[in-house]
Design a protein around this ligand. Structure first.
Ligand SMILES: Cc1ncc(COP(=O)(O)O)c(C=O)c1O
Length: 366
């Protein structure tokens, strides 16, 4: 099987000394490696304040709580479940905006149309690592006095005009599960501008407890553990090299599939850099010859794993069935025509050729 994704890990022996250290001390949580990881992650991203947590969903839930948001939050429907579930957990109402059919990111024009008196924030996803239109979003937020949170689960290392995407918005969060470009096994990170929020988030990840067992507010258990932090510290040291390898694979995919009518790619502005959490193609059945669903079946028959991120989109899911109906034509079209191809930073280039030769074969049959 050619897998969709595999984690690209640091060398095992690079972690050995720190691992021995925690086996000796017995300090598995609430200790120095999480603090070191937070510092190193901030350095890598060129930001000041980071808080490491146990998952991307925990990061998002804590951010929403600590920003004390109320009412409605505008987000794309073309994103991962936790966008909606974290909002619903916090008693907020998700309001879905449509996406741009080329970048797959939330469309600022659609955001403006969804703003009401109850709107308190915009939650925008850098889809597959592609930076959102941060300047336009900032302008809308300023005009309507809204908070901006970026779901940067996919975007660790992405830049908007040479600056890390984590420099924008009131807060951003990341996920470090093994399918991401950089992993701590499970884990997440919050990046915030306001220094005071760091303290609240650190309390929040510890049940609201400042270690005196008289909780300041309702938090959750969402601490990152020391094993994950060590994986993160060592992983950061090899991330730049891994991203370079990843870009070579992306360029090869683009070269192989460039002239196939009916196959198109997510558009990344030349001013920006995407870490490509996924390499996603759009299949136009009329031009290509077979549908997205049939193409993925044919690839699977040949032991090539693909995924339909994000299908179904959030507004079509059971968890959102009680929300008012949304009219999202671009989201509906993109989510039913996209597929993510196998991609990981140490993937052999021959796999790209293998995947593309199957796609080309079906095109030739047209
Ligand atoms: C866009 C997006 N946001 C949030 C998350 C949630 O992250 P986690 O799985 O670490 O909770 C994911 C997970 O893949 C994601 O893709």
């Amino acid at each position: 099987m050619i897998p969709l994704a595999r984690p690209t890990l640091p060398k095992l022996n690079s972690m050995q000394k720190k691992m021995q250290d925690i086996f000796k001390s017995g300090m598995l949580t609430n200790a120095k490696y999480v603090a070191e990881f937070e510092k190193e992650a901030a350095k890598f991203l060129g930001v000041k304040n980071t808080v490491a947590v146990s998952s991307g969903t925990a990061a998002l839930t804590l951010v929403l709580k600590c920003l004390q948001l109320k009412g409605e939050v505008i987000l794309p429907s073309f994103t991962f479940t936790s966008g909606a579930s974290a909002l619903l957990w916090c008693g907020l109402t998700p309001v879905f905006a449509d996406i741009d059919p080329e970048t797959f990111n939330i469309d600022p024009n659609s955001i403006e149309k969804k703003i009401t008196k109850k709107t308190s924030a915009i939650l925008a996803t850098h889809v597959f690592g592609n930076p959102c239109e941060v300047k336009k979003i900032e302008k809308i937020a300023k005009k309507h006095n809204l908070k901006v949170i970026y779901d940067a689960a996919h975007a660790f290392g992405s830049t908007y005009k040479n600056k890390s995407v984590f420099n924008y918005g009131d807060a951003s969060m990341v996920s470090f599960t093994p399918t991401k470009v950089f992993t701590t096994a499970e884990g997440g990170l919050v990046v915030v501008k306001d220094k005071n929020l760091v303290k609240t988030l650190k309390l929040g990840r510890n049940n609201g407890d400042s270690f005196n067992r008289n909780e300041e507010f309702l938090g959750i258990t969402a601490r990152m553990n020391e094993f994950s932090a060590i994986l993160g510290i060592e992983g950061l040291k090899v991330l730049k090299k891994n991203l370079e390898r990843r870009m070579r694979i992306i360029n090869l995919y683009k070269k192989e599939l460039n002239n196939i009518s009916g196959i198109s790619f997510q558009q990344i502005s030349p001013k920006n850099f995407s870490v490509y959490k996924d390499f996603t193609i759009l299949v136009n059945e009329k031009k290509f010859g077979i549908s997205r669903d049939n193409l993925l079946k044919e690839l699977l028959k040949r032991k090539i794993q693909t995924k339909t991120y994000f299908y179904p989109p959030l507004h079509q899911k059971k968890i959102c069935s009680k929300l008012p109906k949304s009219f999202l034509p671009n989201t509906n079209y993109i989510s039913s025509h996209i597929m993510s191809l196998p991609l990981y930073s140490h993937m052999p280039e021959k796999y790209v050729k293998q995947v593309c030769s199957v796609i080309k074969k079906f095109y030739a049959k047209k």
